[in-house]
Design a protein around this ligand. Structure first.
Ligand SMILES: *Cc1c(COP(=O)(O)O)cnc(C)c1O
Length: 401
């Protein structure tokens, strides 16, 4: 793996979006991180170490699967799945956690801070800290703890300390606030942010670590299918799995890119997490991007059946891709995600994460109107084992009953 080039003229900016809007108390810590990452980015030995870990620990490259029965049932485009659910810990989150874990080590940091929503990033970070021998503190909204208790327990098994956050909406946004507060108090700690969000260098760095997904998938499509996909689909919470698969295809103008946000259970503010249709540009947690907000600029509440998509802002690079028209963004609602979850389980023997099921829902919606000679590549960002209790609940099934 080689170092990845970024916009050297305006680092951290994606059109007007991105930047670094942080309180003065955080400026030195963010600057130190930026310097350290810039040096690591140019150092082939850093990428070599990450590549080795991916092969020997994460299980990369992850498979590319042809969803043959689902495609046949839909009677249109061939659907291919990039299997990030097969990466260690069950989602793409490990790609970023390992990259930043190595960076923290390189910076000589011994204590890691992280936030988590669905618990996937918390588990990935706790895993990496166990592997590298680093102390780990994970902030998690108490509402998310309730719906993701198994992940909370997994973090403890890896010797991480989980801290419940009971301020605000008691979800991801509040967990990020607490993690940033911890970082202000402990500038020698390393803040391991979980998505392509926050102040520069996070959106660039997280994208670089996740772009392994797209590089592998592009090469696999050419080698195993013989051509590039016509369409690439990924779900968009903060946007890390989506930018990770999109990035390798940005210059392939015949490849359409589509991000799927959480449509939730309605179109009024508070009922969804569709930032592009329901939000407008503003600053949240260090970055300028599309944000769900009311007329006074107060950050809107969000809802999604999937904790990982339940956030009021989208990664700034997606905001730029949206405005440039290079990627399209739609939403799938809770019901469509649930139906897609069940359909993939039935036709392909795969339980997708509820987040991922939003991307699958969009593929199910679009495939029938496409030609069987065409293909759709779906980023299967994670496995759904963590969601089976939620699914049972939604289906009215009592477990252990
Ligand atoms: C966290 C998560 C997401 C959403 O985060 P992004 O940064 O938008 O990728 C999507 N899918 C899975 C499986 C996740 O764990």
């Amino acid at each position: 793996m080689t170092a990845i080039e970024t916009d050297v003229a305006r680092p951290g900016r994606f059109g007007p979006y991105g930047g670094s809007y942080v309180p003065e108390t955080l400026v030195p810590a963010v600057a130190a991180l930026r310097e350290a990452y810039t040096a690591a980015q140019r150092d082939p030995s850093f990428w070599d170490a990450l590549h080795q870990l991916h092969q020997r620990y994460t299980g990369r490259p992850t498979a590319l699967s042809h969803a043959a029965r689902l495609s046949r049932e839909l009677g249109g485009a061939q659907i291919y799945l990039k299997r990030e659910d097969l990466a260690h810990t069950g989602a793409h989150k490990i790609n970023n956690a390992l990259g930043q874990g190595l960076l923290a080590q390189r910076m000589g940091r011994r204590r890691i801070i992280a936030e988590t929503g669905a618990g996937q990033h918390g588990v990935a970070t706790a895993t990496v800290c166990a592997l590298l021998g680093l102390e780990c503190v994970v902030y998690m909204g108490v509402d998310d703890m309730a719906r993701q208790a198994p992940n909370q327990f997994r973090m403890r098994l890896h010797a991480a300390e989980d801290r419940g956050v009971s301020t605000g909406s008691r979800t991801l946004k509040d967990a990020i606030n607490e993690a940033m507060r911890d970082w202000v108090t402990n500038p020698d700690s390393y803040y391991l942010l979980g998505s392509a969000l926050g102040p520069h260098p996070y959106p660039t760095m997280v994208r670089d670590f996740q772009s392994v997904i797209g590089h592998e998938a592009r090469e696999q499509m050419l080698r195993l299918v013989g051509r590039l996909p016509d369409l690439v689909i990924a779900c968009v919470g903060g946007g890390s799995n989506a930018i990770g698969i999109f990035h390798a295809f940005l210059d392939d103008h015949g490849v359409a890119l589509r991000g799927v946000e959480a449509g939730g259970r309605g179109q009024t503010l508070g009922e969804h997490a569709a930032r592009f249709s329901g939000g407008r540009p503003g600053v949240l947690q260090g970055t300028y991007t599309y944000v769900l907000q009311d007329d006074d600029g107060q950050i809107g509440l969000t809802h999604s059946v999937s904790a990982g998509l339940d956030y009021a802002a989208v990664g700034p690079e997606h905001a730029a891709l949206h405005d440039r028209g290079r990627a399209q963004y739609t939403a799938a609602d809770d019901a469509a995600a649930l139906a897609a979850f069940q359909r993939l389980a039935r036709t392909e023997g795969i339980l997708p994460a509820l987040e991922t099921a939003h991307a699958v829902a969009e593929a199910i919606r679009l495939a029938p109107s496409m030609d069987p000679a065409q293909s759709i590549l779906v980023n299967l960002s994670g496995r759904g084992d963590k969601d089976i209790f939620t699914i049972a609940d939604l289906l009215g099934v009592t477990l252990n009953g």
